[in-house]
Ligand binder design. Structure first.
Ligand SMILES: [Zn+2]
Length: 371
């Protein structure tokens, strides 16, 4: 029998007996993925909110400790984290899943040994740690990302885009080869025919004094990604925010918290915008994560890298129509950064692990459970 005729027939029989495989595209509601990263945001802030010791001039470089306390300090970790990232905790915490709270038996680690950004984004996007990647140098990645792998399939051709505040990301994604729009750092938006909003944004990007030469301001990156979404309706969109890392390195705990709070708002607005659009409503999954953690204590909260204890600890979160609403995960199987790529693909019904055996496997709990 012709394979094309055979498969639907078998699927029909399986469905009849309630045995359908959980990760076939036919069984999934997800048609679109938004992958959002916020660079080097610690799991400590995500799960327990602001840290008392760092809300100070001495350890956190905080300009106005009283105002920062009012904004983010609360008595319990649950209240603090909800004050810092209200959308994450109300929405992902209620209807999605959040991994990485070591205090409750959930581990989420990187598998590369570098504990900095290029190796981390490589691991997120390709599904494996590559020991050859040992610096943030602007070298085109020889590895193929899951984004490029999807883009080569007809269903995703012209429907993938990546927006990152960091000017190294176009090399990590290999813009020269990948064939889809990539924005990195202080570049004009990737648009041949910019509309008035994009023209305004390009002027701001050109004219604004740059606090960090390698990293465009997150609010501008957000607007660039949002406008691309409205105009081109990608099926797979990567958005990479950077300020949570930059303010850590700068030793400014106040601005780090404000940046995390702003990222939470960007996520909320993207989610609500997409739920108002027919292309995306009830068929879109959001994946949130980070490229690395940071150290602990009054000095090392600023730092990460090979020698920094704890910078291998990260977190990840999922929200969408196929992900069981288990909320904050407790006492569960450990997950790793290397599983993000295959999980992203699996939510679209695609088997990335079969193509790339070095990649971590899809996280089963995030997918619909077999009946
Ligand atoms: Zn980083």
């Amino acid at each position: 029998m012709d394979q094309r005729l055979y498969r639907p027939a078998v699927m029909g029989i399986l469905l009849l007996f309630g045995l359908a495989a959980a990760t076939r595209a036919e069984d999934l509601k997800t048609r679109n993925i938004v992958l959002i990263t916020t660079d080097g945001l610690r799991w400590q802030e995500v799960f327990t909110g602001a840290e008392k010791e760092l809300i100070s001039k001495e350890h956190g470089g905080v300009a106005d400790a009283k105002a920062l306390e009012e904004a983010y300090w609360r008595e319990t970790p649950e209240e603090r984290r909800a004050a810092l990232m209200p959308f994450l905790w109300s929405k992902f915490g209620g209807e999605g899943q959040i991994y990485g709270n070591r205090l409750r038996g959930s581990s989420s680690q990187i598998t590369n040994t570098m504990k900095f950004s290029y190796p981390g984004y490589n691991e997120i996007l390709t599904g494996f740690a590559d020991p050859r990647i040992d610096s943030n140098a602007k070298k085109p990645n020889e590895n193929f990302t899951v984004l490029e792998w999807l883009h080569r399939k007809p269903a995703y051709d012209g429907k993938v885009a990546a927006f990152s505040a960091w000017d190294v990301t176009p090399f990590i994604i290999n813009r020269e080869r990948c064939g889809f729009p990539v924005m990195g750092g202080w570049e004009s938006v990737p648009e041949l025919d910019p509309n008035p909003r994009q023209m305004l944004l390009n002027e701001l990007i050109t004219d604004t004094t740059r606090p960090n030469a390698a990293e465009v301001i997150d609010s501008m990156l957000y607007q660039a990604a949002r406008e691309h979404l409205l105009r081109h309706k990608p099926r797979v969109l990567f958005v990479g925010f950077l300020e949570t890392d930059a303010w850590g390195h700068a030793g400014r705990y106040d601005n780090l918290l404000h940046s995390a709070n702003a990222v939470d708002r960007y996520i909320q607005r993207l989610w609500e915008q997409m739920q108002s659009m027919d292309e995306y409503r009830d068929r879109t999954t959001f994946i949130l994560t980070t490229d690395h953690g940071r150290g602990t204590g009054p000095v090392n909260w600023r730092n990460h890298g090979k020698t920094i204890e704890g910078a291998e600890e990260m977190w990840m979160a999922f929200l969408g129509p196929d992900t069981p609403p288990l909320g904050e995960r407790k006492e569960c199987e450990p997950v790793t950064q290397s599983q993000v790529a295959a999980t992203l693909a699996a939510l679209l019904g695609e088997d990335y692990s079969a193509h790339e055996p070095r990649a971590g496997t899809a996280i089963r709990d995030v997918l619909p459970q077999s009946r």
